[in-house]
Structures are given as structure tokens and as C-alpha cells.
Design a protein around this ligand. Structure first.
Ligand code: UD1
Ligand code: CA
Length: 453
């Protein structure tokens, strides 16, 4: 059996009131269409064709990295039947065609597999809605057999009372579908070529049509405006949080956790409220993440703790380290283990060896810091001369006094001590004290001036 998947994504999305094509709006950090493409790929189809139109080349350009997807432009957009028709020439060799919508992001592969498991030549996914307004209604006969689908605008009052609606997702025999599409007419209330008209054609040909009930209305809900987008975002997040909790992650409040990428985790990970996870994040065993922290493409090893209000991006944190509160780890930060990084500390493109501490109010950039180094409060690596970046190298066991400026390129030797307040412009040798500061003087008997009468 060769499966062809057609994803309809040409529609305008007027109600988004956006210059971004609707299917490119992000849900959980990825475009709506990206979710559908991923679900489609899980079904291992022979062909996947996306019908795009509104928004033009921006849509395929957003998925340029993705292999095995054919992009077909539909201009003008004359209806869902017309859209599927554009894809037909690209479905050679496919026995069955599954139609998906690019703006229905939550549909699950398991549900689609259920639909594909039906023996009938036409099977559609339907759902019962308390308020079916706007949808195509599934019209059944006295024996409860599906006869046709009637669109809201073409329906009689009696048909409008039907609560079972067409989700738009259907699977059809490829050869027959191609014949039916050729016979579609646009003589209806909207002047469009309706894909849904093929249902009555199948029935007319004496073929059985099955309507399979979707497990849950949100799974088959489309995004038409930003309120619906937010509603589906919440639903996606609810499901992601459920999955994580079932897999052994503690979430202080599943409603205040946002996953916008992939999270891999060990055992007994605990995540406090308002944490945002983006990109690819890996958390080892017993990792704790404090409230209001953002993790973006980060690897955090076993037993490490990130306290409240940290922003960590493209960084790795070694085992048993303690970060925050209020730390910012920027791209290229590697903390090797047992590191302490405290409040108002920014680290960028630097490696910090095991057991080293940068506890307060510091900037460490383009640096290599050895093990068991203590970087005092207010230390700044002056890595930028206005044109180029330069490196700072600090040896093992060095002690950098508070309020030191390290003017790079510069090296501090192993076991060196740099006195507080030093502006270091030449290398500090190992195992010695280097200090550069104005000499302190005391003038005894000195009197403050007094105001003249
Ligand atoms: C369609 C169905 C309706 C169903 C509803 C579910 C038809 C005629 N009606 O109605 O039975 O209840 O979906 O949401 O099929 N699209 C194109 N090209 C076009 C027109 C649409 O690619 O020329 C795409 C849209 O981008 C969208 C999907 O097809 O992803 C559905 O289009 P939309 O206009 O939302 O269809 P409805 O009128 O809501
Ligand atoms: Ca719609």
C-alpha cells in the first residue's frame, strides 16, 4: 500500500490579521505546518505534497531543510477540491490519499492510523460539536450511513441542526479520487470546488463511506484566529506537561511550564513555575530548575541546580553546579562541574573548570578559567578593544580580587593572586601576588574645609 499525503495550506487566514502566512505562526515554538509535517512523516508516506498559495514562497522557504516534501502552488485558491486537484499529478504510484490541513496542528498519528486502518474506499474523520456553526455537516440516512457532506452556507435548517461535522481530514482511494475531482462543480453558495462533494459522488458510485469519530475536538481543531492559536498552544502544553510528569519529571505547576522544543531528562528532575524550555535541552538526574528561568539549547548535568531567574542559552553546565539566582549564561559557556555562578554574573564563550566560583556581579567573556578559581565580585574581562575580541586565560587555583579588570589578551598563572581593584594589563605570574592600584595614603591632622560666614 502506497500512501500519499496532501496537506492543504493555501488558504488566506484573514482572521489572523497578520502579514505572516497563517501556517507559519508558531505553536510551541514551531510553525503550525511543521507540526502537521512531523505527524505526516510518522505515517511513513510514499509522497507528501503541501498545497500552498497565500504567503507565496515564504511557506516552502521556511521548510527548505526538510527532505521528501513536494510543494505545489495553488493560485488562485478555488476551494479545497481544487487544492487537492493540484496535488494529484504528484501522487503517481500512490494507492490512497490522506488529506490533512496545515492549520490543524494537534492531530495525532495514532488517530490517523485508525482512519487509515478502515477498509472502506473513503473514510473521513468527524467530530461532534455542541455548536457546529460554520462547519460542513455529515448527513446520514435513516440507517445511519453517511450520504454526503453539506457546507454551512448550503445547508437547510434541518441539516444545520446536525452536530456531527467534517474535520476535513479524510482518506480516499487515489484513482477514484482523481476521477471525482474532475467532476466537481462550483455551483454552490461559495462558488468553490468543494472537496466534500466527493463524499456524495462515492455514495453515488455505490461505495461505502465511513465517518470515524475523532477522540477529542481539540485534536482536530483548526486555527483561524489568534484566540484559537492560544487555545491550541495551551492544549499542546497541557499534553507536553502530562507526558513529562508521567515520565517522572516534577512540575510545580503544569500550567506554568512552557516547552518550545525538545526536553530530554534523567530521573527526579524538578522544575519550578514559569520555566521556558526552548530548542534542545538535556537535563541530567536530580537537576532542579528554579522559577522564571529560560533554558535554550542547554545541557545540564546530574545534580546541578539552576536557581530562580536565570537565562541560559547554548551552554553546558557540569554536574553539581549551582547557578543563579539571576545568572546569564550566553552561547559558548561550558561549566565543567561543581561550579558556582551567582547573581548578576554574565558568562559568554568561556570554559570554567571544576570547582571554580564566580559568585557576584561579574562578566566573563572569551575566557578559559581553570579549576578551583575564585573570581571575586565585580570582576570584568575586558575582552573587546572596540574592534576585536581577545582571550583571558586564568590558571588553576588563581584568586581574582574583587573589582578587577582583566584587559585581554591576558593570562593569570596558576595559584596567582590578583589584588582587589587591579586593572591587569600584563600577565600575572603564577603563585605570586599581583596588584596594581594607587598607593593609599593617610594625612593625619587634616581638617575638612568649613563654610565661610
Ligand atoms: C472545510 C470543509 C468543511 C469542514 C471544515 C473544517 C470544504 C468545502 N469544507 O471548510 O466541511 O467542516 O473545513 O475546518 O472542504 N484551502 C486551500 N485552498 C483552497 C481553500 C482552502 O488550501 O482553495 C485550505 C485552507 O488553507 C485550510 C483548509 O484548506 O487549511 C480548509 O479551508 P477552509 O477555508 O478553512 O475550509 P472551511 O470553509 O472552513
Ligand atoms: Ca477553517
Amino acid at each position: 500500500m502506497h500512501l500519499g499525503i496532501v496537506i492543504l495550506a493555501a488558504g488566506q487566514g484573514t482572521r489572523m490579521k497578520s502579514s505572516l502566512p497563517k501556517v507559519l505562526h508558531p505553536l510551541a515554538g514551531r510553525p503550525l505546518l511543521g507540526h502537521v509535517l512531523e505527524t505526516a512523516a510518522a505515517l511513513a508516506p510514499t509522497r507528501t505534497v503541501v498545497v500552498y498559495g497565500h504567503g507565496g514562497e515564504r511557506v516552502p522557504a521556511s521548510f527548505a531543510q526538510r527532505d521528501g516534501v513536494l510543494w505545489v502552488e495553488q493560485t488562485p485558491q478555488l476551494g479545497t477540491g481544487h487544492a487537492v486537484q493540484q496535488a494529484i499529478p504528484h501522487l503517481g504510484g500512490c494507492d490512497r490519499v490522506l488529506v490533512l490541513y496545515g492549520d490543524v496542528p494537534l492531530v495525532e498519528a495514532g488517530t490517523l492510523q485508525g482512519l487509515l486502518g478502515r477498509p472502506e474506499p473513503v473514510a473521513l474523520l468527524s467530530v461532534r460539536l455542541a455548536d457546529p456553526t460554520g462547519y460542513g455537516r455529515v448527513v446520514r440516512d435513516g440507517a445511519s450511513r453517511v450520504r454526503r457532506i453539506v457546507e454551512q452556507k448550503d445547508a437547510t435548517d434541518e441539516e444545520r441542526a446536525v452536530e456531527e461535522v467534517n474535520t476535513g481530514i479524510m482518506v480516499l482511494d487515489a484513482t477514484r479520487l482523481s476521477g471525482w475531482l474532475g467532476r466537481l462543480s462550483n455551483a454552490n453558495a461559495q462558488g468553490e470546488y468543494y472537496l466534500t462533494d466527493v463524499i456524495a459522488m462515492a455514495v453515488g458510485d455505490g461505495l461505502p463511506v465511513e465517518a470515524v469519530a475523532a477522540p477529542d475536538p481539540l485534536e482536530v481543531a483548526g486555527v483561524n484566529d489568534r484566540a484559537q492559536l492560544a487555545q491550541l498552544e495551551r492544549e499542546w502544553q497541557r499534553r507536553a506537561a502530562e507526558r513529562l510528569m508521567r515520565a517522572g519529571v516534577t512540575l510545580a505547576d503544569p500550567a506554568r511550564f512552557d516547552l518550545r522544543g525538545t526536553l530530554r531528562h534523567g530521573r527526579d528532575v524538578s522544575i519550578d513555575v514559569n520555566v521556558i524550555v526552548e530548542g534542545t535541552v538535556v537535563l541530567g538526574d536530580d537537576v532542579r530548575i528554579g522559577a522564571n528561568t529560560t533554558l535554550r539549547d542547554a545541557v545540564i548535568a546530574d545534580g546541578a541546580q539552576v536557581l530562580e531567574n536565570c537565562v541560559i542559552e547554548d551552554a553546558s553546565i557540569g554536574p553539581r553546579s549551582r547557578i543563579g539566582p539571576f545568572s546569564r549564561l550566553r552561547p559558548g559557556t561550558r561549566l565543567l562541574g561543581d561550579a558556582h555562578v551567582g547573581n548578576f554574573v554574565e558568562i559568554k564563550n568561556s570554559e570554567v573548570g571544576p570547582g571554580s566560583k564566580v559568585n557576584h556581579l561579574s562578566y566573563v567573556g572569551d575566557s578559559t578559567v581553570g579549576c578551583d578559581v575564585n573570581v571575586g565580585a565585580g570582576t570584568i574581562t575586558c575582552n573587546y578593544d572596540g574592534a576585536n575580541k581577545h582571550r583571558t586565560v586564568i590558571g588553576d587555583r588563581a584568586f581574582i580580587g574583587s573589582n578587577t579588570a582583566l584587559v585581554a589578551p591576558i593570562a593569570v598563572g596558576e595559584g596567582a593572586t590578583v589584588g582587589a581593584g587591579t586593572t591587569l594589563t600584563r600577565d600575572a605570574p603564577a603563585e605570586a601576588l599581583t596588584v596594581a592600584r594607587a598607593k593609599q595614603a593617610t594625612i593625619t591632622g587634616w581638617k575638612r574645609p568649613v563654610k565661610k560666614k
